[in-house]
Structures are given as C-alpha cells and as structure tokens.
Write a protein that binds this ligand. Structure first.
Ligand code: SAH
Length: 411
C-alpha cells in the first residue's frame, strides 16, 4: 500500500498525476481549507476514477496554478486533502517529520506533552491522522485512505522525531467505512499493550487500549476537568454521567468532593473507574445502566447531587440525526437538573460537531424552563489546547462544556 517516498518537483514538471479543479473551485483552499469535494473536480480532464484510493497527486486550479500536494480517495465525498502547499516539499518522510516536529514543539510548550494529543489531524496539517501519547506509547488513528497509504512513512517519522517505545494503530473507528477502509488494530512497532497509562493534573489513571474508546483516553476534556477545581464545593456529592474510566469523578474527589457516582453503559469502563479511584486513594460508586434510565431511577429514589457532569457520546453523528439529537440533549439535561440540589452545579458537555454551542445552551435553557430551574452559565470551555482549532475548518471545533449554577426558579 505504500506510496513512493518522493516524486519530482517543481510543480509543472512533476510526473505525479494531476488532479484539476473546476473553474473557481480553488477559493476555499485559498482561504486555508484543506479539503476538495468530489463535485469541485474537473472530472472531464482528470477523472477521479483513474486514481487508486490514497494516491498522491499534484492539485492544480482550472488555470493550471499549483495548489499543493494532496492525497485522493475517489470513493469519498471529500475526495482529496492537501498535505503540502509548497511545490518544493512533496509528500514523503521529511515532510511528515517536519509536521510531527512542529506539532511536538507546540505540545511541549503547552506542558504535559508526554500525556496528551500529539497530532490533531487537519489542525496540525496532517489531515486524517490522530496521534495520542501515553508516556512511551503512542496510539494512532487513521481516518482516510491517503493516510493509510502513508502508514509506514508515518511510523518512520514517529521513530525519528520522538522515538517512543511503541506505536499502536487503533484503526477501529466506524467512520473509516466512509473511506472504504476496514477496522483494524495492530502494532506498528514495539510491544503490544492492553492498557494505557495517563497522568492528568497529577492524578494517575489507566484505561483500556484495544477495547477502549477513541485512543483510550479523552484528552480533549483535560482542560475542562481542570476547570472543575474552582466550582466543586467542599463535601460535594457528584454524579458523573457517561463516566467512561472515571476521569471527571476522580478529579472531583481530588478537589474535595465527598462522594462520587459514575454512570456508564459499559461495565468494563466502570471497572476502570473503580480502579482509577483506588489508584488515587479514593472510591467511586458505579451504576451500570443507560444514562437516561439511570437518571430516572435516581430521581425515583429521591437522590440528590451537588454536581452533575454530563459527558455523553455524540448523539448527533450525522446531519440526519439532528432532530433526535437535539431532543436527546434536552432530555438528558432535564433529567440531570431534576437531581441537582439547590444550588447545584451542572457541567453539560457535547462532542457533537453538529450541535453548536448556542444550540447546547438552548437545550440547557429549555430543560431549565421545563423543570422550573434558573441557570447561570459561569464558564464555558471547548477542547483542550492540544486539540487546536483550524479556523478555516469548522469541523475541527466540536467539544462544548458549560459550567452552570442551577437554582430553583424564582418568580
Ligand atoms: N466522561 C468521559 C468520556 C465519556 S465518553 C471522560 O471524560 O473520560 C462517553 C461514554 O458514554 C462512554 O464511556 C460510553 O460507554 C458511555 N455511553 C454511551 N452510551 C451511553 C448510554 N446510553 N448510557 C450511559 N453511558 C453511555
């Protein structure tokens, strides 16, 4: 599957196949975007079907201007993504090394680079690639055929730039089907690990690797978890809904909460949550259930909490899920509000790209009106800075977290 490591430059003399756009279709790319949609290609002159999935091309405008080097997937709606805009810098190991080194330098400036996201796809100009660091282990996820074709070159660049003990490909995301890629996990180099270890804000955690979620840990929430310190009242009772391995609950206990309950539909995740609490000298109670059922059950029991954290999976994965998704966010927030003491803190998150921050706020507010609660948003957060936003690519901004003070409505 590997592509040739280099092809001739400069542009115009390149023997790499050319992909031409239709007239005017280079505008979004000029604004900084990296994607080409299949309807933007001049398929009369450069039929997409001639390219193998993952093939490298030279991208040109209708008028033959060099736009960059990209990889192609004729089967995908996003049929090409730019990797390099420099005619003298084709796609090969040196380019990947340069990108990885730049991404690493940024994370080192942010601190805690050993435990965090090293590469966040498009935002680090490596479309389709995610790399997360777990100490000496790097876990990667590839979303596109183009990156898949560069897998060996990426492994080489990872060795050269960081030299971790192991690189593990956790290519099990369902989204790979969009690129006609199979779901496959494998060791690129080093030993196979069953679990990942994380140090976050001085706390120690473990999470499952091969059977875990994402690359094993939700580093995108680290910055929001750090915000919790300010808002957890001493002795608080905390409910961590969709807790996974208990990151929020353990953080809350560390900041003075007295009691924490984790709710998740995965028994394995809850076992990690219990072990993670113990690892940090704490305990959590666990409730293995669907979040909606659990919240209803707790309300029926008359349970009350000072802090409720809602960190559900993306209810809106595609545009067609939007109507049910909105209803699900509203319902979940409504159930959470009913369990809050007066005053209470609601931390309401969404990782659905298709649910904007304003829409999540609307869901919270309509839940509050329905439940006769008064909500004051104290702070809002997005994804941690090791998941930077690419301003030209809205899809790189997906996580929202609102920290809300909740009281019984007056008047
Ligand atoms: N809060 C976690 C990340 C949560 S990811 C952290 O900060 O690390 C979403 C979690 O929701 C997963 O652990 C998944 O098992 C769980 N989940 C998915 N659907 C659920 C449902 N219907 N009810 C309860 N938990 C659910």
């Amino acid at each position: 599957m590997s592509q040739p490591a280099s092809f001739p430059v400069p542009a115009g003399e390149s023997s790499a196949p050319v992909l031409r756009l239709k007239r005017g279709e280079e505008r979004r790319l000029a604004a900084g975007h990296l994607w080409v949609f299949s309807n933007e290609v001049d398929t009369e002159r450069t039929p997409l079907a001639q390219f193998a999935p993952g093939a490298l091309v030279e991208l040109r405008s209708y008028r033959e201007a060099f736009l960059g080097y990209a990889y192609v997937n004729p089967h995908a709606l996003i049929c090409a993504r730019i990797l390099s805009r420099a005619a003298a810098q084709p796609v090969a190991v040196p380019l990947l090394e340069q990108r990885l080194a730049a991404a690493l330098a940024l994370r080192e400036r942010l601190g805690n680079a050993r435990y965090g996201r090293w590469v966040f796809g498009e935002s680090d100009l490596l479309p389709g690639l995610v790399l997360d660091r777990y100490g000496d282990l790097v876990v990667g996820q590839i979303a596109t055929a183009g990156m898949e074709a560069l897998k060996d070159e990426i492994a080489t660049a990872v060795r050269r730039v960081l030299g971790p003990q192991a690189l593990f490909w956790k290519n099990d995301s369902a989204a790979r089907a969009l690129e006609h890629l199979p779901q496959l996990t494998e060791v690129a180099f080093g030993a196979h690990a069953a679990e990942v270890e994380v140090i976050e804000a001085g706390l120690e955690f473990r999470a499952p690797l091969a059977t875990g979620q994402k690359t094993g840990w939700y580093y995108d929430q680290s910055a929001n978890r750090a915000r919790l310190a300010r808002y957890v009242p001493a002795g608080a009772r905390v409910l961590d809904v969709c807790s996974y391995a208990g990151a929020w609950a353990v953080t809350a206990l560390h900041h003075g909460a007295r009691l924490a309950r984790c709710v998740d539909s995965s028994q394995a995740a809850l076992e990690f949550a219990r072990a993670n609490a113990a690892r940090n000298g704490r305990t959590v109670e666990t409730l293995h259930a669907d979040a909606f059922d659990a919240l209803k059950m707790l309300a029926a029991e008359g349970a009350q909490f000072d802090v409720v954290i809602l960190d559900p999976p993306a209810f809106i994965k595609r545009k067609k899920d939007i109507p049910q998704g909105h209803a699900a966010y509203r319902k979940l927030n409504q159930l959470a509000l009913a369990l809050l003491a007066d005053p209470g803190l609601l931390v309401s998150c969404s990782c659905s790209y298709h649910l904007g921050a304003d829409e999540l706020l609307h869901a919270i507010q309509s839940a509050a009106r329905h439940g006769a609660r008064f909500v004051q948003v104290l702070e809002s957060g997005g994804q941690s800075p090791d998941h930077p936003l690419h301003p030209a690519i809205p899809e790189t901004r997906y996580l929202k977290a609102f920290f809300c003070r909740v009281t019984r409505a007056v008047g």
